[in-house]
Design a binder for this molecule. Structure first.
Ligand code: ADP
Length: 431
């Protein structure tokens, strides 16, 4: 079976965000971590999102990785390609959005693509080519201070023009408001003028619907996960997608419930505190971890005594800024982080080996470390717990049943995330 949509995402959580929207709109979706070295072995898949780490690496590497992802997705029969980046257009003046889009266009033999970063329900909209975060222009939204990809200009036509030698144009809202035919006619006109990249205005979900109809036949679209809400509906209208009852259906969960949190974000700290009101937890401390493995052994004993299918256990290093700063001053920021990550990795490996089958990991970096330590390369996307965070399932060595895995980046999720996640997943497998 061939997939309908093949997406290339420039980071891991962005990939999940897109995959989550596709599932909610009715596509059965797999997220891969990097480019797989074998063909897809399931035939009940409509979309694959390949997660790369290509947002802020050198442009040449981003291009090479994206082209290998493209080749793999083409081999799986993808009808349309989607280059996914952040809804705040995170990029440096050197790229990587422009260079990657250019390379994909060239390889596909196409002559034009579109940029649709908007995600209106999350407050990201585009008007006259200018990106807004809620009621602020991008360069006044906090993004101007981003450590890796500071965004100091909200005019996306100008921003992208710095990243590509090709002309950049605008599909303005006034045209979009006239509907699909007018929008398609405008794209054709721009193409005739030699405009290769078209930034698309998008004010709301209705605009995303018009855009999906306008763009579904392009070989390549680019943008944020918002467009993932509306493209599947158009694919279905065209008969490209088999109707399925529940695109996010996973196997029945199986095994004990565990939360590992290495995130110190405000949202995660609130979630940890909320969880500890009714559940048990064990706190790791980088200063103790620096002394040897005794605290990891203690955490293992603590967890093993309590592991259960119905009541989750939490192990966390989440600490308020002053405690993090203290540890960082004593150990150095990199060393403090590494000690925590190393502990989380060992706990995940051993406890999954001991029968954990429902695992929530909080923290982007932490989740990355755990996933790679468990040898996870592929995730089937299930039901959403909170916006941007779905349950997933994967096969790991040493477990017959799939491991249910929820990977939450720091700022995501409501305050009761750690308990509600397990309620959403539902009861376990019974034989
Ligand atoms: P987030 O998604 O919230 O940014 P990450 O996991 O990406 O979370 O990053 C948090 C980083 O902080 C990780 O490298 C983790 O190891 C480190 N860390 C966690 N707890 C502490 C702590 N108590 N002191 C110092 N560093 C910590």
């Amino acid at each position: 079976m061939s997939i309908v949509l093949g997406a290339i995402a420039d980071d891991f959580t962005g990939a999940t965000d897109l995959a989550n929207n596709l599932v909610r709109a009715g596509m059965r979706c797999i997220q891969t971590i990097g480019v797989p070295d074998h063909d897809l072995d399931a035939d009940d898949v409509d979309a694959v999102v390949v997660a790369l780490k290509s947002r802020s690496c050198p442009a040449e590497q981003a291009v090479n990785d994206s082209l290998s992802a493209l080749a793999w997705l083409q081999a799986q029969g993808a009808r349309q390609l989607f280059f996914k980046y952040c809804s705040t257009f995170d990029s440096t003046p050197a790229g990587n959005i422009g260079p990657v889009a250019d390379a994909l266009i060239d390889r596909l033999g196409a002559s034009q693509t579109v940029m649709v970063p908007a995600f209106p329900i999350n407050g990201r909209s585009v008007y006259q080519g200018h990106l807004f975060v809620d009621d602020r222009l991008l360069n006044d939204s906090g993004m101007q201070h981003h450590p890796l990809t500071p965004m100091r200009d909200a005019d996306l036509v100008r921003v992208l023009a710095r990243q590509t030698p090709h002309p950049v144009g605008l599909l303005a809202h006034a045209t979009l408001a006239q509907g699909t035919e007018a929008a398609q006619a405008r794209l054709a006109e721009l193409q005739h003028e030699g405009i290769r990249h078209v930034i698309c205005d998008t004010l709301d979900d209705n605009d995303l619907s018009v855009l999906a109809e306008t763009l579904a036949d392009l070989p390549l679209v680019t943008g944020g996960s918002g467009l993932g809400q509306t493209l599947p509906g158009v694919y279905r209208q065209r008969g490209w997608l088999a109707p399925v009852d529940d695109a996010g259906r996973l196997d029945a969960p199986d095994g004990a419930a565990l939360v590992l949190s290495g995130s110190c974000s405000r949202a995660t700290r609130g979630q940890v505190e909320h969880f500890l009101h009714g559940h048990e937890g064990f706190a790791l401390d980088p200063l103790a971890l620096a002394e040897g493995d005794a605290q990891i052994e203690e955490a293992l004993v603590f967890a093993r005594q309590r592991l259960s299918e119905t009541t989750p256990v939490l192990i966390h290093a989440s600490a308020p800024p002053e405690r993090v700063e203290q540890a960082q001053q004593r150990l150095g920021a990199a060393q403090a982080g590494e000690l925590v990550e190393r502990a989380m990795v060992r706990l995940a490996r051993e406890l999954v080996g001991d029968g954990v089958g429902r695992l929530v990991v909080a923290g982007g970096e932490t989740a990355g470390a755990v996933v790679s330590a468990l040898g996870v390369t592929e995730l089937r996307i299930g039901e959403q717990i909170d916006p941007g965070v779905p349950w997933t399932q994967t096969q790991v060595a040493g477990r017959e049943a799939p491991l249910s895995l929820a990977l939450k980046s720091g700022n995501f999720g409501g305050v009761d995330f750690f308990t509600r996640a397990f309620a959403v997943l539902g009861p376990g497998a019974t034989s």
